[in-house]
Design a protein around this ligand. Sequence first.
Ligand code: ITT
Length: 195
Amino acid sequence: MANIDLIFATNNANKVKEIKAVTGNHLNILSLKEAGIEIDIPEPHDTLEANASEKSRVIHAITKKNCFSEDTGLEVFALNGEPGVKSARYAGDTRDFQANIDLLLHRLSNKVNKTAQFRTVISLIWNNQEYLFEGICKGQINADQKGSEGFGYDPIFIPDGSSKRFAEMTMDEKNKFSHRKKAMQQLMSFLNTKW
Ligand code: ITT
């Protein structure tokens, strides 16, 4: 698989780092920046699936090349799945990680159940056809914020099977549990059957 070029339709540098750590030399992942594309792709839909599709389709329409995107949401059980698809802009259009965390903890403060999951949906466009893959990481929200690694909600999320928050883990440790890695592994297995 080593010589496959695949554009990753994202402007999130943290996502690019995490995905490149998973794919290693198996795929040649190009970020939008590396592909020379400057665009703020809209995410207007109310599902992760529809937003992921939008992102990969927009980039495919521009480049006509194989590409993928992913949309990820933190789904909190006691908040009926919120912030979910609104994860990036939960506390407003400034997309401020700390403001999003503060709002989430405020809304969760009187709830007993702190169960949550990260869900990643990948949309791959391969030879002009779209394929979707999903990765889920279940865990707990912990109001005691710790760690400075990762991004987004990582300082308050402890994956099942660990006592550490994602933000307390190295990228390799996070990738042992990560929703994003699970979805990406499915994409790689799929490409293995095609190549
Ligand atoms: P692109 O659309 O350009 O890919 P984005 O940052 O807008 O980048 P999303 O729409 O998928 O990405 O945003 C989801 C938000 O969910 C993101 O801004 C973070 O706040 C949060 N998030 C996503 N993955 C996460 C992870 O692995 N750990 C912690 N928070 C995460």
